[in-house]
Design a binder for this molecule. Structure first.
Ligand code: ZN
Length: 406
């Protein structure tokens, strides 16, 4: 196991010990390196090992009895003594963290191509069965030091902050993890979209902007993403509660009061929120993919009077609806015929040319087209059932099924 070829280059205790990381637990690479070096020094002193191929700098602080000459102290051939600088590097990283609020972090490091090449060279000499990479050791050793300085733990899964230490260029970059907050919103007014990106400049506000505003201020963030569990049309209200996750990007502050956020948002009359809670990225996927039941209320205007008794035909809409992608959304959704379900339908007659329709569906049914028929693309429809033109007006989402397990 004591391979003198390992000593053909001058290595520090860390770089030496990492070649044997897989052996014994409870020891650092540095300790392993010291032990291996001491053993080799004794082999040399016993005269059992030829020193011709050995870089004797490895033994600069040993005193041999058999006349072997220790070399001069030199920097580690592999790492140039990086590990001696880790305390300083840790301090630099902490400085870089500034006033960022976080509860966990992780270190990732980058070393030069030369270090990697030399590391591989040593692996060729001594085998890779028990090695650990230099990056892994730096990450761990730097992590330990930063842990002590900031008194926050390293987290391998979803750290708030990822510290990227480029040791070659002496650069320390931070990747700040987003802050995620789950909640339900209700849109109480018509005429503005859910997200701002859909129609830049056209609408003065959006559900996203209203909800994001106090969050951005409190977290000192500039950007956010909004993930809604479905969305309502610009001209529709959502009187039920729709699940969402707001993602605050690169927050400086994380310890914010959600009760205060709720109060701030709910001061306005357009959007209300409730049940805010911190969540993680998984919740975004859950909110976006969950397809629960929804209920709608819509006013329907007829092109000509419809008999009271004829309206009963509307109950037949309960069941499967075949719906080809509506013309109004065909620019952003594939042109397909989808099977959707009307789970329940009720109506209230207001006049011979006007009713209020209440529809319960599984997700994905376009209610406006269920009313109008969209030129035969939705079948059957209110229009086809009654044999009149039917126009939807004032659509409200009245219920969105709750997201489970959030
Ligand atoms: Zn080294």
């Amino acid at each position: 196991m004591l391979n003198e070829k390992v000593f053909s280059k001058n290595l520090c205790d860390h770089c030496l010990g990492r070649l044997y990381s897989g052996l014994l637990s409870g020891h650092t690479s540095e300790e392993r390196g010291k032990a291996i070096r001491l053993s080799m020094a004794m082999m040399i002193d016993s005269g059992k090992v030829e020193t011709k191929e050995i870089d004797m700098s490895n033994f600069h602080d040993f005193k041999f009895r058999n006349g072997s000459k220790p070399g001069k102290k030199e920097k580690c051939w592999m790492c140039s003594d990086i590990f001696d600088n880790l305390d300083k590097l840790a301090e630099k990283c902490v400085k870089r963290l500034g006033n960022l609020e976080f509860s966990s972090f992780l270190v990732g490091s980058k070393v030069s191509g030369q270090i990697h090449a030399r590391e591989e060279k040593m692996w060729e000499i001594n085998g890779i069965e028990n090695v650990e990479t230099i990056k892994t050791e730096i990450n761990r050793e730097l992590g330990k030091r930063i842990e002590r300085l900031v008194k926050k733990p390293v987290a391998f899964k979803r750290p708030d902050i990822l510290i990227l230490a480029n040791l070659e260029k002496a650069r320390y970059d931070l990747q700040i993890g987003s802050l995620y907050v789950f909640g339900y919103y209700s849109k109480r007014k018509r005429g503005f979209p859910q997200c701002k990106w859909g129609t830049p400049g056209v609408y003065k506000t959006s559900v996203q902007e209203i909800i994001a505003k106090p969050f951005l201020k409190a977290t000192e963030s500039k950007h956010n993403s909004f993930h809604g569990g479905g969305r309502e049309d610009i001209d529709a209200r959502c009187m039920g509660w729709r699940p969402f996750v707001i993602e605050i990007e690169k927050p400086v502050k994380r310890k914010i009061s959600l009760a205060k956020m709720r109060q701030e948002i709910n001061k306005g009359s357009k959007v209300k929120v409730k049940s805010l809670k911190f969540c993680d990225r998984d919740t975004v996927v859950r909110v976006k993919t969950e397809r629960g039941e929804k209920a709608y209320r819509v006013t329907v205007l007829f092109s000509k009077p419809v008999d009271k008794s004829d309206l009963k035909k509307l109950y037949k809409l309960k069941g499967v609806i075949s719906q080809r992608t509506p013309t109004r959304v065909s620019h952003r959704r594939a042109d397909l015929v989808r099977k959707r379900k009307v789970l329940d339908i009720k109506y209230k007659r207001i006049s011979s040319k006007k009713i209020e329709l209440m529809v319960k569906t599984n997700a994905g049914l376009y209610v406006k087209e269920l009313v109008s028929g969209n030129g035969g693309r939705t079948k059957p429809s209110v229009s086809s059932m009654l044999g009149v033109e039917a126009t939807p007006k004032d659509l409200d989402v009245t219920m969105v099924q709750k997201t489970r397990n959030v």
